[in-house]
Design a protein around this ligand. Sequence first.
Ligand SMILES: O=C(O)C1=C[C@@H](OP(=O)(O)O)[C@@H](O)[C@H](O)C1
Ligand SMILES: C=C(OP(=O)(O)O)C(=O)O
Length: 404
Amino acid sequence: MELLKVNKIKSKVSGNVDITGSKSETNRLLILQQLYPNLQIENVSNSDDSVLMKKALTSTSSEINIGHAGTAMRFLTSYFAVKENSEIVLTGSHRMKNRPIKILVDALISLGADIQYLEKEGFPPLKITGKKLTKDFVEIDGNVSSQYISSLLLMAPTLQNGLQLKFKGEITSVPYIKMTLSLLASLGIELSWDDDSISIKPKPIIEHKKVVVESDWSSASYYYSLVALSPNSEVKISSYKQNSLQGDSVLATIYENLGVETTFNEHTVTLKNTGNLNPSKLIDLNLIGAPDIAQTIVVTCFGLGISCFLTGLHTLKIKETDRLVALKNEIEKLGGEVEITNETLALKPSTQINENVSIATYDDHRMAMAFAPLATKVSIVIEEPNVVSKSYPTFWEDFHKVTL
Ligand SMILES: O=C(O)C1=C[C@@H](OP(=O)(O)O)[C@@H](O)[C@H](O)C1
Ligand SMILES: C=C(OP(=O)(O)O)C(=O)O
């Protein structure tokens, strides 16, 4: 096993970091670029998930392995289902074969698609035979993953009659659906969202369009945590927009209560430790719209010795690992106390952090990156540190740049 010892940070945390493009925006735009070759994309993410997505879209092989990339698995399922004269097997890592996809496959089959399960019913790998789909209405459960909905929305304008999607139940991770719709709208695709249904009008071709991907806000979360845990620190990150398409930009508001001030200047964001900790406002933070920053927030609160109660976390169980269990295991090794249910996490305040604990990362990039900022308090060991490449390949270089 590879181990990375991260020594206790002695210097003041400061410096500038240029963060790669959002993997969520990139993976949507890569699909859209394949459907609309007039689309030009800049500041593309260098994450493994985006590299895998790009390779999959240009692959001539009959089997595509998308590793751990959830968005690639889900978005490509619809993409290949409507790609006429194609026949491929879409598979992934061991974990991917245990991440559910039935809701999306059922929706596509109800539209007329030809998709078969090759191993377990409801899970990858899938055999997809591309077909022209002529139906234009589908009902879908919105409570398990918004990626199923984004997947259908991305290919919807290429259907001859467009698509109307009706949701059953509560919708999870809504900002990601809004991101998909904003990107479609930016290409001139007509759409509407009324209560429980989204309609997308057909659009066979678009005018030439350049889209610059904003840097990744989920990746920015680790700098918010570092700054919150390090008195007098200041880090500048780029390139960001004040009106972001990414729901994780809510970090700026959340971390105000954790003593971090956010200032936008052109495309650079300055994160400054103000020393004004306001933990009382954190209790009952509902992260249903921003599940990927849950790990970061829990570790920041633990490092600050304060409690937190997070809700809206039901999707964490089906991500790269069961993130609720992973968080509980690792925080408890460090001496903290965590209680979890299927959708909530409660952290008790703690006065001490155990030193030199080896943090397991469970093939989950966010476990490695979320625990790294604890080095502001104690030396820590991160197991399999290279997992970070799933979303942020240069994480350790950038982390050392601002902490050495
Ligand atoms: O559409 C997207 O780009 C994503 C949606 C979210 O997933 P869920 O909708 O499954 O919560 C998020 O956790 C994931 O990292 C990226
Ligand atoms: C959940 C994540 O990704 P995905 O679902 O795309 O694998 C993530 O990046 O935290």
